[in-house]
Design a protein around this ligand. Structure first.
Ligand code: NAD
Ligand code: UDP
Ligand code: UDP
Length: 315
């Protein structure tokens, strides 16, 4: 096998949860990978095992500032993703989504790179259409606590499509639904990491609201596979395309599942529901099935077991 594919790929947010898995996968395909991250929520430990690979390079940089690099493809993942982190400095969250997208699109335009945006199911807000197809425009509060993230990501999508229309850029937009796996930040407050950490420590499991709200969880390897297929798809397939696992659970069911798999003594307790917390979420993935020949393969029990092994190793 060749030692280098000849392709130079920029991954913004490459030291984060999804980004680190993506960098790893791109390196196994022998691409040169430039990982750009300001380490806001990303961690060096996520990419420490990649540092001695000659095709890998890491740059500390905040994408709200211009970036000059020569690359063939850009995966724009930089943005805090958990509600605790993106609400900590909401103005910076919007700047990262909007100014960051403008800079990365400007870079793509200058070097004629193909560019993929990590968008989100949050652009559907608290959806009244279920499951959510890409044609649904969403139900988003523009002035709430989640708006910095939801509206920032919506504006980034607008920018991507305007750079396509105005400058003929090669763009790809992935709407990522809840994804979990090893290297999630143990303290980022997301439900999978919270429940596993609580169950491992035999602490109470904190279900917000009555736990009847639903989510659909995709294992990270499946998601990364979808992102790469999207990047490699023909230029006329831009998305937006949903990437996620359509198997839907209530949060209470997830809590019970985690307790059972770990065999934990934890008890479930109920806490207030955060504001604007979506009541239901499930991706409609027929577009990805048809155009990317993609669908998730890893069932929740298997994915949770792999994730639990990771969190145990942190204890
Ligand atoms: P993460 O917080 O682990 O990773 C985000 C990375 O971006 C971190 O390494 C962080 O340090 C970096 N970053 C943040 N602001 C930056 C800036 N201004 N400049 C440079 N780097 C910056 O989150 P994740 O779960 O890996 O999410 C990655 C992307 O995927 C995000 O854009 C997120 O919105 C999107 N996404 C994730 C999920 C999910 O379930 N994990 C769902 C939908 C969308
Ligand atoms: N930009 C960048 N790297 C580049 C080219 C552009 O970061 O290699 C930034 C640049 O600073 C600008 C943004 O991308 O603010 C948008 O660039 P574009 O060329 O689309 O717009 P303009 O420079 O005309 O405002
Ligand atoms: N949640 C919960 N307990 C927790 C953390 C989250 O019940 O300790 C709930 C949260 O209210 C939401 C769901 O789990 O309904 C998913 O939350 P997460 O923050 O992981 O993702 P998002 O809300 O962005 O989908």
């Amino acid at each position: 096998m060749k030692n280098y594919s000849g392709k130079r790929v920029l991954v913004t947010g490459g030291a984060g949860f999804l980004g680190s898995h993506l960098c790893e996968r791109l390196l196994t395909e022998k691409h040169e990978v430039l990982c750009v991250d300001n380490f806001y929520t990303g961690r060096r430990t996520n990419i420490a095992h990649l540092l001695n690979i000659p095709l890998f390079e890491i740059m500390r940089h905040d994408i709200t500032f211009p970036l000059y690099a020569e690359v063939d493809e850009i995966y724009n993942l930089a943005c805090p993703a958990s509600p605790i982190h993106y609400q900590f400095d909401p103005v910076q969250t919007t700047k990262t989504s909007v100014h960051g997208a403008i800079n990365m699109l400007g870079l793509a335009k200058r070097v004629k790179a193909k560019i993929l945006q990590a968008s989100t199911s949050e652009i559907y807000g608290d959806p009244v259409v279920h499951p959510q197809p890409e044609t649904y425009w969403g139900n988003v509060n523009p002035v709430g606590l989640r708006s910095c993230y939801d509206e920032g990501k919506r504006c980034a999508e607008t920018l991507f499509f305007d750079y396509l229309r105005q400058h003929n850029l090669r763009i790809k937009v992935a709407r990522i639904f809840n994804t979990y796996g090893p290297r999630m930040h143990p303290n980022d407050g997301r439900v999978v990491s919270n429940f596993i950490m609580q169950a491992l420590r035999a602490d109470d499991i904190t279900v917000y609201g009555d736990g009847s709200q639903t989510r659909s969880f995709c294992y990270v390897d499946d998601l990364v596979d979808g992102l790469i297929r999207l990047m490699d798809s023909p230029d006329d397939f831009t998305g937006p395309v949903n990437l996620g696992n359509p198997v839907e659970f209530s949060i209470l069911e997830l809590a019970e599942k985690v307790i059972n798999i770990i065999g934990s003594k934890s008890k479930i307790i109920f806490k207030p529901l955060p504001s604007d917390d979506p009541k239901q979420r499930q991706p409609e993935i027929s577009l990805a099935q048809k155009f990317l020949k993609w669908e998730p393969r890893i069932p929740i029990d298997e994915g949770l077991k792999k994730t639990i092994v990771y969190f145990e190793s942190l204890q």
